[in-house]
Design a protein. Structure first.
Length: 134
């Protein structure tokens, strides 16, 4: 199996309601996403996929939908307050953990036609969560 990985950076804020620690407070991350694309074969250019195609698809989706946004659980009381203040808020049906974000990005990459095999999100240089087809 051949694989390629594209690294994409985006910044976001979130909070994890009911978390027992400091993650319950609104805070930000400079996230690093690793999108892995796999294929048993190479195309006529001897590639799994052109790296630029990854950037033009899921990279642009990330930039449009998640970069510099506050990502909150749809039941978070801050959502309405921030939206009313004109802040860019994205709501999720579950707590916006790195794991949930990884799955969401994975699903969007699939919708965009990428043969994604895994997505990893580094919230910090030493903390990573992922979602994969394995």
């Amino acid at each position: 199996m051949y694989t390629v990985i594209r690294e994409i950076h985006f910044s976001y804020a979130h909070r994890l309601m009911f978390h027992p620690g400091k993650c319950a407070h609104l805070h930000g991350h400079n996230g690093v996403v690793h999108i892995e694309i796999s294929s048993p074969d190479l195309d006529d250019q001897a590639m799994v996929v052109d790296f630029d195609q990854i950037r033009r698809t899921i990279g642009e989706w990330l930039d449009e939908h998640l970069d510099h946004r506050t990502i909150l659980w749809e039941k978070d009381v801050l959502a309405g307050v921030l939206k009313n203040a004109g802040e860019p808020v994205v709501l999720m049906r579950e707590h916006p953990t790195a794991e949930a974000l990884a799955r969401w990005i994975y699903e969007e990459a699939q919708k965009l036609g990428l043969a994604v095999s895994s997505v990893k999100i580094w919230e910090t240089p030493n903390s990573c969560a992922g979602y994969s087809s394995r």
